[in-house]
Design a protein around this ligand. Structure first.
Ligand SMILES: C[S@@+](CC[C@H](N)C(=O)[O-])C[C@H]1O[C@@H](n2cnc3c(N)ncnc32)[C@H](O)[C@@H]1O
Length: 438
């Protein structure tokens, strides 16, 4: 499983449930394996620093299969409170079966050293109590909270001074499952869990399998972060005069926001057109929209930067832009290790093109909501500023009043909003509302 994620670029959230089903695991066993695999991947940065302190050669010289097993052992010992003898013996047995006797002896010696301290004590050894100059502090935070250093730097720029550690810590806590009732198809009162604090559609589950909830199984509700629900809500709630017939979701795959938007549009007699570049993801959107039955919607596999619609035709457009995803690290254990700072350059160019295209699509007086699941300034503030600077036919409006009950969400440009895991319990969604001038 770790090899699959590390070498083949698989997504933990996708391969893990399949692996658990293949192994016939359920209940507590399934939960244990989920935490073991996701937590090991999430905390790899900290565990590698600890293993580095226990091994007298560079980690890159340790056979990767052995290293993966040692990371699993670290997480059992330091992150899951598994009894040391059980954590060590199961890991050593695994290494013995896969790599032989010599490697098993090595793993045994390393894990005994790891077991000599708890996680807090190890953090003080490998990333001593935070102090010193900025560079030293950021490096220590990167190791303590298992985020690549370049990610810590970008997140530190995006939060107020002194707040980044809270954000990094929140990124390491897997979120509880949040459901969204699709208006007209389900009411949130029929969903299990407690109502979400901000979104009028959601509930937060205490536990259990969301797929077993009838409304979810029937596609009348879906699993969706509360921040994503608020994005769809804000676009639908933006005041509009004149026509309100055609809504477009320009980057729709896999279709969570499209499903909520289509339901909201249908309630007002409007229709949703969903655009997605990749055909396989467009098929996921179509599947997400199927439960709407014959309510009006359409899905098209196309480039949102050159969409197959007449300019000035739409009333509301969502650009939920492809981004680094650095605001959704809680739910994607491997995401922080996948991207590099170079990705930003191409993403930002695409984000600007997509936002420009959305403005072309919307009629005078219509609205565009630009959203990212990233708080990184290059993808949020700078994209909005550059498009506002380049176009005289669009103005920025205050999106914050469209987020019911949300406070402490001022974005980096006046009128924009930035949600945070450590403040709002949502993914770090950014929202900017633009209106095409008449
Ligand atoms: C952040 S995700 C959207 C998530 C989606 N709104 C949801 O709630 O499920 C961005 C999506 O944009 C798609 N995408 C990337 N480049 C695109 C382009 N040029 N035109 C349209 N879609 C694109 C990606 O494949 C990805 O599915």
């Amino acid at each position: 499983m770790l090899r699959c994620v590390r070498v083949e670029g698989a997504y933990t959230n996708l391969v893990l449930p399949a692996a658990i089903a293949r192994a016939g695991l359920e209940g507590r066993d399934a939960a244990f394996v989920t935490e073991l695999a996701s937590g090991t991947i999430r905390r790899q940065g900290t565990y590698d620093a600890i293993l580095g302190a226990c091994i007298d050669r560079p980690l890159r010289k340790v056979e990767v299969g052995v290293l993966d097993a040692l990371r699993l052992g670290c997480h059992q010992l330091l992150g899951m409170r598994v009894a040391p003898h059980a954590a060590i013996s199961t890991t050593v047995d695994l290494v013995h079966a896969r790599q032989g006797k010599g490697a098993a002896g090595f793993a045994n010696a390393v894990l005994r050293k790891v077991a000599s301290r708890d996680l807090d004590a190890w953090r003080d050894v490998v990333a001593p109590a935070i102090g010193g100059d900025r560079d030293t502090r950021m490096t220590a935070l990167s190791v303590r909270h298992s985020h690549p250093r370049w990610v810590v730097d970008l997140l530190d720029q995006a939060v107020p001074d002194g707040e980044v550690e809270e954000l990094l810590a929140a990124d390491n806590v897997p979120p509880r499952v949040t459901l969204a009732a699709r208006p007209g198809l389900a009411d949130r009162s029929e969903l299990p869990g407690t109502p979400t604090p901000f979104s009028p559609y959601g509930t937060v589950l205490e536990g259990g399998d969301p797929a077993a909830v009838p409304a979810v199984a029937e596609g009348r509700a879906g699993v969706q972060d509360e921040g994503s629900q608020l994005v769809a809500h804000a676009l639908a709630a933006a005041p509009l005069t004149g026509t309100d017939d055609l809504w477009i979701d320009l980057c729709a795959g896999p279709g969570g926001k499209a499903a909520l938007l289509a339901a909201l549009a249908a309630q007002r007699g409007a229709r949703l057109a969903a655009v997605e570049l990749h055909p396989h993801r467009a098929r996921l959107v179509a599947r997400a929209l199927e439960p709407l039955g014959d309510r009006p919607y359409g899905v098209v596999a196309a480039d949102g930067a050159r969409p197959p619609f007449r300019a000035g035709r739409a009333d509301r457009v969502l650009v939920d832009a492809p981004c680094t995803g650095l605001g959704a690290l809680r739910r994607r254990p491997e995401a922080r290790w996948r991207r590099g700072p170079d990705d930003l350059v191409t993403l930002v160019l695409l984000q600007r093109r997509l936002l420009g295209s959305a403005i072309d699509l919307v009629r005078p007086g219509g609205v565009v909501l630009y959203a990212t699941c990233s708080p990184v300034h290059a993808e949020t503030r700078d994209v909005v500023r550059s498009v506002l600077g380049a176009r005289a036919d669009v103005t920025l409006e205050d999106v914050r009043p469209l987020l019911p009950g949300v406070t402490g969400a001022d974005g980096p440009v006046e009128g924009t909003a930035q949600l945070w895991p450590h403040r709002h319990g949502t993914d770090a969604m950014f929202l900017a509302l633009l209106r095409r001038s008449r």
